[in-house]
Design a protein. Structure first.
Length: 301
């Protein structure tokens, strides 16, 4: 049987000068060292956990501050988004009215909703701020899609307005000469024969040489000397409108010439089958004569 080894530990207090001697076995010394190691380890873990806890507290305080800022910012953002929604609804209402005025089909209500699916699958934000964020994100995305839809709609309306503007520019709408009404459109007595006759235009009496102006944009399509209407000018206004000017004294345009509303066409005369100086004015649509009075916006005879 082997003898157990012992370790001697000498303790020398700094003041008394007396030496203390302790005798420990190898096992006892191992236990003491193990306990000391555990104490040191426990102290280290405690210090680490204390540091970690303080770090978490600091981060939590920072997150709480950021969360308060986000809540405040989210509230402000939601107010702005709500204002944008109101403006968008006003814009859509205006779009609807403009479409009615210009005879364009109304955008379907379901199309105006420009709906899509919900948020990404798996995305869960259960905090109040998170839920507000998702709700605001969905609203903003919808507004962006509605803006794109309204832009496309107004592009279409703009093109239609340009088309309407061109049509209006080529539609007779002003009196071609200053004078007074002497004979109207429709059935009446011929001043030479006294017999009933259909009059395809209107006669405007004026002094010889009075300027005659184009009532709309167009192109001079014919200049002739007619046995009945004398010097006769025909203007093609496109969109199936044509106007005729008879009994002219002088013609101030050339065949094929493009003219704008208000350009000088000629002067009042007494050529052809006429009892005195006047302008015989006709408006035709799709080769059918119409009452010129309906194409004079400033008619005051």
């Amino acid at each position: 049987m082997s003898k157990e080894k012992f370790f001697s530990i000498l303790i020398l207090p700094p003041k008394s000068g007396k030496i203390w001697k302790a005798k420990l076995s190898k096992v006892a010394l191992g236990i003491i060292l193990g306990v000391l190691f555990l104490l040191v380890l426990a102290g280290g873990l405690f210090s680490f956990n204390t540091f970690k806890l303080n770090s978490y507290k600091s981060k939590l305080t920072k997150l709480q501050t950021e969360n308060q800022y986000l809540e405040k910012s989210m509230g402000s953002l939601q107010e702005k988004v709500s204002g944008l929604e109101k403006e968008m609804y006003a814009l859509m209402d205006k779009d609807k009215k403009i479409r009615i005025i210009f005879g364009l089909p109304e955008i379907n209500k379901a199309v105006r909703e420009v709906g899509i699916g919900g948020p990404d699958v798996g995305l869960t934000l259960t905090t109040p701020v998170g839920e507000e964020f998702l709700s605001t994100q969905i609203t903003v995305d919808k507004l962006l899609r509605q803006v794109r839809l309204e832009k496309e709609s107004f592009d279409l309306i703009y093109d239609k307005l340009l088309e309407k503007k061109t049509i209006l520019e080529h539609t007779p709408s002003t009196v071609p000469v200053k004078g007074y009404f002497s004979r109207g459109f429709g059935a009446g007595l011929d001043p030479f024969t006294g017999l009933a006759q259909f009059h395809q235009g209107m006669d405007i009496a004026a002094e010889g040489g009075t300027p005659i102006y184009a009532p709309a944009d167009g192109k001079v399509s014919s200049i002739t000397l007619n046995p009945i209407l004398g010097k006769l000018v025909e203007i093609d206004h496109l969109y199936e409108y044509k106007t005729y000017y008879g009994h002219l004294a002088t013609v101030k345009v050339l065949l094929g010439q493009k003219i704008k509303r208000g350009d000088l066409i000629g002067t009042v005369g007494n050529t052809g089958y006429s009892t005195g100086p006047h302008l015989h004015y006709e408006v035709h649509f799709r080769n059918k004569p119409l009452n010129p009075v309906n194409f004079i916006l400033d008619y005051s005879f």
